[in-house]
Design a protein around this ligand. Structure first.
Ligand SMILES: O=C[C@H](O)[C@H](O)COP(=O)(O)O
Ligand SMILES: C=C(OP(=O)(O)O)C(=O)O
Ligand SMILES: [Mn+2]
Length: 450
């Protein structure tokens, strides 16, 4: 690349600063913010550009129906829960789900965590009022603290360094687990046998027995299970805080292209996907595979405009549309969108987020979701793609590996009274370990029938 061209790339990466940026914290001290972002700029990348390239190729396969994406993790990771136990439980849950989905889809499943960087949240209201006191809303541990005090809720730029360091330790542990023996398919299969031997999950026995037979067939046929001891596990988060994302954007020494090195995959949220906004501009300039959340009001023209900005040349795997319509709307709203995008001809990977369109408040006041409604949106997603002859490329879920009680329903029948028992999320309700596995078995059946 000529010196002029690389100067232009670098100045383009600063262009977002002149554009409207939704959902940014009011940092009280710009001097501290500057010194923090300078430190981030000097800090090592968390992922390697070559890994983002391989992921892009895998997502391209998902867009053609040759792979399936499973993306899952907390709504908001927290510093306090970036512990070995919590991280291991999440990885274990995703690996267990992926094994079941691999069988159901007869396809490789791309494993991706909403992990190692999911520390910032867009919110519906700037402020929160309790007992007559009004303070800034909680925006994720990368911005402020959750306790309802003025000191905690004041945005603190040094928290960006905390987010970077937790992301680094989390991705380190992910790599250790997934290359160190924890992802061994035989082990994952044993965990799943433990799950389905519980009488509460008797309805999955048939599928579980099929998987068991498939494993025995593989063993008899001489499959090298030792070769299945490691898996690729990718990191992702919402690219929300532009000061952070821009400080983590680096030029790849191999190619001279910019990559966001804070995660393999970044997505733009439903609240920040303004076509002339700062988020779209910054992500348009990096080479990572990227996603955009599309809510129920998205028109086909909106989707095409996003494609023009984010993937003008139609590079396979570059752009994923994560639809989050709501179970009651997906069958009406998704077909037109998919038809218009398909007619354009440039490929996208269609992924279903069945969580964010189905949030309700329970009678006792908890922000929650019903597992049955969540599954109904997934079913609607498959129905729409089946009817149009297009490809359902993956699933995006909020989950944890722990036994929390945040989502209603499931075989263990979490009810409104049970929510109080272990409601731990600081923002949106997550499927617990068992509910996540139930979803995997249900979706595997849908995939098999698809
Ligand atoms: O995770 C998604 C959003 O950040 C979240 O649903 C917004 O929640 P709020 O409406 O409580 O602000
Ligand atoms: C904020 C989120 O979703 P959306 O942008 O779809 O509302 C999220 O994924 O937590
Ligand atoms: Mn959420």
């Amino acid at each position: 690349m000529s010196i002029e061209a690389s100067q232009e790339v670098l100045s383009g990466l600063e262009r977002w600063r002149e554009l409207p940026a939704a959902q940014q914290p009011q940092w009280p001290d710009r001097a501290v913010l500057r010194s923090v972002t300078e430190e981030l700029r000097q800090s090592p990348p968390l992922v390697f550009a070559g890994e983002a390239d391989s992921l892009r190729e895998k997502l391209a396969a998902a867009s053609r129906g040759e792979a399936f994406l499973l993306q899952g993790g907390d709504c908001a990771e927290t510093f306090a829960e970036s512990t070995a136990d919590r991280i291991r439980n999440k990885i274990r849950t995703i690996l267990q789900m992926a094994a079941v989905l691999t069988y159901g889809a007869s396809l490789p499943v791309i494993k991706m965590g909403r992990m190692a960087g999911q520390f910032a949240k867009p919110r519906s209201s700037e402020l929160e009022t309790r007992d007559g006191i009004t303070l800034p809303c909680y925006r994720g541990d990368a911005v402020n603290g959750h306790p309802f005090t003025e000191a905690d809720r004041t945005p603190d730029p040094t928290r960006l360094l905390g987010a970077y360091h937790r992301s680094a330790t989390t991705i380190n542990l992910i790599r250790a687990f997934t290359y160190g023996g924890f992802a061994d398919l035989r082990l994952v299969h044993e965990w799943n046998r433990g799950f389905t031997s519980n009488p509460a999950y008797a309805r999955y026995e048939v599928l579980a027995a099929e998987i068991d037979r498939a494993m025995r067939f593989m063993r008899a046929a001489g499959v090298d299970f030792d070769a299945l001891k490691t898996v690729d596990f990718y990191s992702s988060h919402e690219a929300l805080l532009l000061d952070y994302e821009s400080a983590m954007t680096r030029i790849d020494s191999r190619t001279g292209d910019p990559y966001n090195t804070s995660a393999h995959f970044l997505w733009i949220g439903e609240r920040t996907r303004q076509i002339d906004g700062a988020h779209v501009d910054l992500l348009a300039r990096v080479r990572n595979p990227i996603g955009v959340k599309l809510g129920p009001s998205t028109t086909g023209d909106d989707a095409l405009a996003l494609m023009d900005r984010l993937n003008p040349d139609g590079e396979p795997g570059r752009l994923t549309f994560i639809t989050r319509m709501g179970a009651g709307k997906i069958r009406d709203n998704l077909p037109g969108l998919v038809e218009q995008v398909t007619a354009d001809g440039r490929p996208v990977t269609w992924v279903c987020d069945p969580m964010h369109g189905n949030t309700i408040t329970s009678p006792s006041g908890y922000k929650t979701r019903e597992l049955a409604t969540v599954l109904d949106e997934v079913r609607g997603f498959f129905e729409v793609h089946q009817a149009l002859g297009t490809v359902p490329g993956g699933l995006h879920v909020e989950l944890t590996g722990d036994d929390v009680t945040e989502v209603l329903g499931g075989s263990e029948k979490v009810d409104d009274a049970a929510l109080a028992r272990r409601y731990e999320t600081l923002v949106d309700p997550r499927l617990n370990h068992q509910q996540s596995l139930e979803m995997a078995f249900d979706v595997a059946e849908m995939l098999r029938d698809h």
